[in-house]
Design a protein around this ligand. Structure first.
Ligand SMILES: [Zn+2]
Length: 477
């Protein structure tokens, strides 16, 4: 469809709309001379009409706007002048990631974990650990940034964290010990498509939040109808959260894990069986924990303690107060809600700063708070908890088992499970004595009593499970 035809149809659309509005005002004016009542009534009516309009059809009738998202914009285009210079282009961020791996090969590797939904751009994870190219039997922690396109401060926080850890590995024994025993996974850009749209085009109000999913399937990107809110796409109470209307900023997608970006995060988290983490967003100077208005999480006491200890280390921009601690809505398919509900990972959403695109001098202060939060969480993963392996008593092969802690389980969350490559599991607990019940299909359930959890170190426990009699091969009889 030609541009002339489209602009003519837009003109027609507005003429009809304004005439309808005029008639509406006139008719109501005759019934309600009282101005406040008239205004209230009109607002309600316009809202009702607006909700009744099938915008998808209207947009289709208007014709495609532009081919913006059909292919990435050429890099010869000037970057968006409405975004401050210290927010770099996606390619520059990716170059910085590769440079980090080149500068610290002993502790950093870059791994592609997936591709974006529309532009098929790579999604990278920075892995920070000793022997970073090897798959080791080590506890994993996950940090992510930029689920939402307009929140590149999250990317900067991830990059600063990665750079600090890599540099500190050489100079601080404490960090060296962490990275020798842990695998830190950092995904600085979860939503490359959405960010690329903002930074490579002269978008006047850089408030885009979603990815570039072509919701109406017309092959064109239209900001009015397209895009999925990636932080509403996780599969925990997905159907209760976000919005079902594609034009909403909080559109959850057609089904849980419909977006390739979120499948990439899901696969990484499940494979590594992550134990804790942070998803960096902007803004609000708050730590959001799972969760508020849903069945109380069985680990609530522990989660709140961790959140408050983390908040104490995060200074607001006023230089005086700590970050707030607030509950997440448990009935929304957000990252932390899924990571806790599905994996029992002690995971938080951290809302950094007071705006989406803060000035350079403020960014420095904000990143300090972000790195402090991450360092606290990494340090916390080394104490007051359980770790070990579940293996087959005969073959010593790893077993995927449920590790239940008496008094700390609930029907509405999954139990912590040992992962399949090494049979490794971790579980954060408060100091005290606990009873464990280890269950796996085909094995006899094992109960371990009087497991002591210490305030200053981890408790190691190795479990060997015996096969059930009925599942022995026939030759044994
Ligand atoms: Zn966000």
């Amino acid at each position: 469809m030609s541009a002339v035809k489209r602009s003519y149809r837009i003109w027609l659309f507005w003429v009809i709309s304004i005439q309808c509005l005029a008639v509406l005002v006139l008719v109501n004016w005759m019934h309600h001379r009282n101005k406040t009542r008239l205004l209230r009534r009109l607002t309600l009516k316009v809202q009702a009409i607006q909700q009744g309009i099938q915008w998808q059809r209207v947009l289709h009738w208007l014709g495609p706007k532009s081919a913006l998202a059909q292919s990435p914009a050429p890099l010869s285009n000037p970057r968006n002048r409405n975004i401050p210079d210290h927010y770099h282009r996606l390619e520059a961020i990716y170059t910085r990631m590769r440079q980090l791996a080149a500068d610290y090969p002993e502790v950093v590797s870059i791994q592609k974990i997936g591709e974006s939904t529309t532009l098929s751009l790579p999604i990278y994870a920075i892995k920070i650990s000793d022997y970073p190219h090897e798959e080791e039997d080590e506890t994993a922690i996950l940090f992510t940034g930029l689920h939402h396109a307009r929140e590149p401060v999250g990317t900067l926080a991830c990059m600063r964290l990665a750079e600090r850890l890599a540099a500190d590995y050489r100079r601080h024994a404490r960090v060296r010990r962490w990275l020798d025993e842990l695998e830190i996974w950092i995904v600085p850009v979860v939503n490359p498509d959405g960010y690329k749209f903002l930074i490579d085009h002269q978008v006047p109000f850089p408030w885009w939040r979603k990815n570039l999913r072509d919701n109406d399937g017309d092959g064109y990107f239209d900001p009015i109808i397209d895009g999925v809110d990636l932080n509403r796409n996780y599969n925990f109470n997905w159907e209760q959260g976000g919005e079902g209307n594609p034009s909403s900023w909080f559109y959850r997608g057609t089904h849980p894990f419909s977006e390739k970006e979120i499948i990439a995060i899901k696969d990484l988290a499940l494979r590594e069986n992550v134990v804790c983490g942070i998803s960096f967003h902007t803004y609000g100077e708050a730590i959001l924990y799972p969760w508020g208005n849903y069945y109380p999480p069985p680990d609530q006491k522990l989660i709140l303690q961790v959140a408050h200890e983390m908040a104490e280390r995060m200074l607001r921009l006023n230089g005086r107060d700590a970050y707030s601690v607030l509950p997440l809505n448990g009935r929304v398919g957000q990252s932390s809600v899924w990571l806790y509900g599905r994996l029992r990972s002690i995971d938080f959403i951290v809302e950094l700063g007071q705006e989406h695109f803060p000035k350079q001098h403020r960014v420095e202060q904000i990143l300090k708070a972000g790195v402090s939060a991450a360092y606290y969480l990494i340090e916390r993963s080394q104490r007051s908890g359980l770790w070990g392996h579940v293996r087959d008593a005969q073959t010593a092969n790893p077993v995927r088992a449920k590790i239940r802690v008496r008094g700390w389980e609930a029907r509405h969350v999954y139990p912590r499970v040992s992962e399949s490559r090494f049979g490794r599991f971790e579980r954060w607990l408060l100091p005290g004595k606990y009873t464990l019940k280890i269950e796996a299909e085909g094995y006899q359930t094992k109960t371990v009593k009087n497991v002591r959890i210490y305030p200053d170190r981890l408790t190691l426990i190795e479990i060997n499970l015996e096969r059930k009699q009925s599942s022995l091969p026939m030759s044994h009889h």
